[in-house]
Design a protein around this ligand. Sequence first.
Ligand code: GLU
Length: 464
Amino acid sequence: MITTRFAPSPTGYLHIGGLRTALYSYLWARKNSGRFLLRIEDTDLKRNSKEAAQAIEDAFKWVGLSHDDEIVYQSQRFDLYKKYVQKLLDEDKAYYCYMSKDELDELRAQQQARKERPRYDGRYRDYKGEIPNDVKPVVRIKAPQSGTISFVDGIKGEVSFQAEDILDDFIIARADGTPTYNFVVAIDDALMGMTDVIRGDDHLSNTPKQIVVYKALGFEIPKFYHVPMILNPNGKKLSKRDGAMDVMEYQKMGYLPEALLNFLIRLGWSHGDQEIFSFQEMLSLFDPSNINKSASAYNGEKLLWLNAHYIKNASYERLTKELKHFDLDIEDHDKQEILVDALRDRAKTLVEFADMAKAILDTPESYDEKAVKKFIKEDSFEILLKYIAFIKVSEKPLRLPSDFEQITKEFMAKYNLKMKNLAQPLRISLVGSAVSPSVYDVLSILGVDEIVARIETFIHKQKD
Ligand code: GLU
């Protein structure tokens, strides 16, 4: 059974790079009817890990990901890690090192002077001498001193590290007894039954150390997939300014979660030249072996394009529900569907959608002066007044945009007018500016009584 995990350090929020890794791990597990686990890497205890976990769960909930089992907190597993430190000490696969800070500094200085890589020289490995009693020891693992450490990465292929270039007997427990990062990650991944570890390739250099731990403890080594980073359009590390933000910021900016997931899955993975992936397609098509070997660039325009696509295709119920987060409640509006259809092709985000809807639904507080100057002619008020008189006495009920289109054409024919005499004055009096969706949609959304009221108010205010 495939088991994957997402193992964030508790930063207090989930950023989009993290969500991409989580998504890949989630899809791979779910696709294989496997398990997807969540572990909070909170060994430094400085942050509030419960809050951090909650932030991740909130973001997961928003985008529709779910994890199996209880969340694992590394901060609650110190006793367990100690047991494994002891086991390695007992088996002579690890040892106490009594080197003082001064000695370590001196060693570093010598190595630097010889232009060597700073590394621990192994002086307490198999040490038989006297034990200094003024130094609290650390515990170091016996790492291979020569040869290579290799593994087949699911994305990068065969990866080899020369032991002498990258390894020394690294610390697994500090002087205060707390375990170190690579030690606990390897133990947790093994005990949690990881078969596939999918993570950012900024962790690639940790992998040989973790492999040393797996081997020392006799654990099975999982398959690793090191995913290339997301870069900004200039090829630099993605910063907050570029979009490396809290996932929940994207909700506030009016993105639909399906657009964000679609964006993220394509940021580093592809299936031919297909751009749009439903969740079902993501599940059936995703395979971490097809993740790109090179870094991918964040492209905000693409995200907007995808968001527009998903807004265009969302159901009325869905949009109505989502728009409530943006202070727009159209649940009981009798022209809800006409309103949504008038705007769904025009809005790239839900924020834009809500703003455009409010511009129609709310009585204008002012009128665009430039538009008034340009489009309100001497005879405009008279035409508008005749128009409302005309629609008020319509025998046919006026409801749909097509009803308004028909009666407006009859009106223009009767008074020998052109659309240009009417359309912009109508828009300005109804919504305060000369830009709006189709004027027939606006008329239909407002209905006769509201049209009459708004035109009368407009004329009244303009005459003052
Ligand atoms: N805690 C690490 C991070 O947040 C991830 C470790 C891993 O996936 O192995 O970058």
